[in-house]
Design a protein around this ligand. Structure first.
Ligand code: BGC
Length: 713
């Protein structure tokens, strides 16, 4: 539709119809009997007091899938609406739609922007084929506490990495870099703005309290970087931030999101979050809740109905809000128009089956699963020879397809390759037996088999939204299984599935080889088999530190310096009953075969605001594997005006190296990225020494002097 026609349509809208566009409902409010397989269940819209005609004014529906259901709902609405404004359909496709890719935390361990972008693009293609237009993803909440169940949806503990991964994913979803929606793209919704990843005690939905220095220096950075990709939506978060529930916070949503970060598109609340302002205790009733959210600039209210019930009255009483409502409605209409919904509101049901779970999607799912795995331990056990004849697979994940992780959307366990199936495909001549319980296997088989592969971890539904845990140790039963196997043989392989880092201190010494696969998705078992048998090489590195025990949380690579850093001294900052530092820190990950790192060269020992420096080094693949090497550059600012973290990641590169190949890696570093946010909320860098580290956080590879414009010290 031409913009002028759209304008004419807009001008015909009553205030009631405009408010309708700002309301989002579940599919059940418009049609009956959507099967559970095609709709997410949750508290439905409270329709009390709403006339039926109002229902047909809503602007969007969430959580419904399948082309047939979507067309049915669209038709019902269009048949009953005065102006025939089609619905937008939105869904949470966090790591795939029907074909499921590794959970976002796993994807981030690939340190591979292209892979993450491709995960977004593949997801979008399946969504569009089903008729969905908006994805409530990515979540770039910075996470430091693995007790929080939603770390699985995040990109780890580093703010820059999280931002870059979020940005890549948005570019993949929208299939553009300029905010337009490509042919098979969907609109991305960046969430949850802001600070949702730092709930007190790691308990979902709990309050967030932190200094603004911490917020702007770290927690806000992933959103800021992601916004460069121009997501068409941002979702406000459930939490309160420094005493203000975000969904009603003018500071957070207007001053920070709109003004400071320049977000111009559509702001949607989280599920029921407008109504929940009452539970936060900052408003007395629904009317006040609607007023607070409107004043904070929330465009669309998800599921709760305070806008529908009180919006008109509020605008009549506060006409200054009319423009905001008009702007919001106009943006929503423009997006519908850009998606071509006025011309064709329906999706081609015949095409859906061609796109969904196609060979292309499955092939990509395997690649992504391989690249997201992290090898945490290997006492010369992996890879295992393909000559093995007798194989035993043990543990609760041995034969199950439940390897998709939470937010599995339309993923089906029955369509997921299990570990045993994956091994059978690659070892057609081996005799493979699988037992969930060690008791059913018997000692003799464990002793005499050529390969004992033990699956461990945490079930898929123990992480994700509303799945925080007070204890993240590996289950006692599984620890016992590992000890029993160890008593019989020293060479076995553990493959782990989990949506969060687990605390493994008490059992790690008993495990000779540990491949951490997170939740790998549809092709899980195929990827595991390739990695274990050496057809693929593990190359991922952790993006979230593994604490030794739950009580050690938070533990992260970029903790602040302190006056008495951990040491052998009694009066130093540590726990007396465990070793200091993470069991496996950010950036940790083993591989097969060695890559030699040459001496780093630095182009100058002075860096200024005008002139950056280059750090280069040679990598030599000394192994017979073709592989990818993740090279991470960190900095240390030994003397600064405010306390800074001990190390900070600056950049990373992923280098493909054929067997025996040598390549040069080059980092260009500019003074701007060495700066930090000080307590006056300014980005600064005092003149002086900066040290650089590559992968290893102990030994610097180079050092420069930063001289500011006036000469410095
Ligand atoms: C979650 C969001 C999600 C929304 C819609 C909420 O409970 O916090 O991340 O997008 O539901 O399903």
């Amino acid at each position: 539709m031409k913009t002028e026609e759209l304008r004419l349509l807009f001008e015909q809208m009553t205030l009631e119809e405009k408010i309708g566009q700002l309301a989002q409902t579940t599919g059940n409010c418009l049609v009956d009997d959507i099967g559970a397989e095609n709709a997410v269940t949750g508290p439905d819209m409270d329709l009390e007091g709403l006339t039926e005609s109002r229902r047909y004014m809503v602007g969007s529906v969430l959580g419904v899938s399948s082309a047939k259901e979507i067309n049915r709902i669209q038709k019902k609405l269009l048949d009953n609406s005065r102006l025939g404004i089609p619905l937008l359909f939105m869904h949470d496709c966090i790591h795939g739609y029907r074909t499921i890719y590794p959970i976002p935390l796993a994807l981030s361990c690939s340190f591979d922007r292209e892979l993450v972008k491709a995960a977004g693009a593949h997801t979008a293609e399946e969504m569009r084929a089903s008729g969905i237009h908006v994805d409530f993803s990515p979540m770039t909440d910075l996470v430091r506490d693995p007790r929080w169940g939603r770390v699985m949806e995040a990109f780890g503990e580093d703010h820059k990495l999280s931002g870059e991964m979020g940005k890549a994913m948005i570019e993949g979803y929208q299939q553009s870099e300029d905010g337009s929606i490509g042919k098979n793209g969907v609109a991305a919704c960046l969430k949850h703005f802001a600070g949702y990843g730092a709930p007190e005690g790691g308990k979902d939905y709990a309050s967030v309290d932190m200094s603004l220095k911490e917020f702007f220096g770290y927690y806000a950075v992933p959103y800021e970087i992601s916004l460069q990709a121009k997501p068409r939506f941002v979702m406000s978060s459930f939490n309160s931030f420094n005493g203000e529930p975000v969904t009603g916070s003018r500071f957070m949503l207007k001053d920070v999101l709109r003004e400071r970060f320049g977000f111009e598109h559509i702001l949607i609340s989280d599920w029921g979050a407008v109504e929940e302002l009452k539970n936060h205790g900052v408003v007395a009733d629904d009317r006040e809740a609607a007023m607070a959210a409107l004043e904070a600039g929330v465009d669309i209210e998800m599921v709760s109905t305070t806008y529908m019930k009180h919006g008109e009255q509020i605008i009549n009483d506060s006409p200054e809000l009319q423009k905001q409502v008009d702007d919001a409605v106009w943006k929503i209409l423009c997006l519908k128009n850009e998606l071509g919904l006025f011309e064709n509101p329906y999706v081609d049901e015949a095409k859906e089956a061609e796109v969904i779970m196609s060979e292309k999607m499955r092939t990509f799912a395997k690649e992504a699963a391989v690249k997201s795995a992290v090898l945490l331990k290997n006492d010369n056990i992996l890879p295992v020879s393909k000559e093995v004849k007798e194989v035993v697979v043990l543990g609760k994940f041995a034969t199950t397809g439940e390897l998709l992780g939470n937010w599995l959307c339309k993923g089906e366990f029955s369509e997921t390759v299990s570990v045993t199936e994956g091994l059978k495909q690659l070892l057609p001549n081996a005799h493979i037996e699988a037992y969930e319980r060690i008791e059913d296997c018997g000692r003799e088989k464990i002793e005499s088999s050529d390969l004992v592969l033990v699956t461990i971890g945490e079930e898929w539904n123990l992480s994700g939204e509303a799945h925080s845990s007070a204890n993240i140790e590996l289950e006692a039963e599984q620890q016992e299984m590992i000890r029993r196997i160890r008593a019989v043989r020293k060479d076995f392989v553990c493959v782990a599935f989990a949506g969060r880092p687990l605390a493994l201190e008490s059992v790690i010494d008993e495990i000779p080889a540990l491949l951490w696969c997170w939740f790998p998705g549809t092709m899980a078992g195929a990827a595991v088999a390739e990695l274990v048998l050496g057809d693929a090489v593990p190359c991922g590195k952790l993006t979230m530190s593994f604490p030794r025990t739950t009580a050690q949380i938070p533990v992260r690579y970029n903790q602040y310096r302190c006056g008495r850093p951990a040491s052998d001294q009694l009066y130093s900052s540590k726990y007396q009953d465990i070793e200091d530092g993470a069991l496996f820190p950010f950036g940790y990950g083993l591989s097969y075969g060695d890559v030699a790192y040459g001496q780093a060269e630095i182009s100058s020992d002075v860096i200024t605001d005008e002139n950056g420096i280059e750090i280069s080094l040679k990598l030599t693949n000394e192994s017979s594997y073709d592989k990818e090497e993740i090279v991470i550059l960190y900095m240390e600012d030994p003397v600064s005006g405010n306390v800074r973290p001990v190390r900070e990641m600056l950049q990373y590169k992923k280098v493909a190296l054929k067997a025996s190949e040598q390549k040069e890696v080059l980092f260009k570093v500019y003074a701007e990225e060495l700066k930090y946010m000080n307590s006056a909320l300014q980005k600064v860098l005092e003149p002086g020494t900066i040290r650089f580290y590559i992968n290893d956080l102990e030994t610097p590879v180079a050092e420069v002097i930063y001289k500011n414009r006036v000469g410095g010290k």
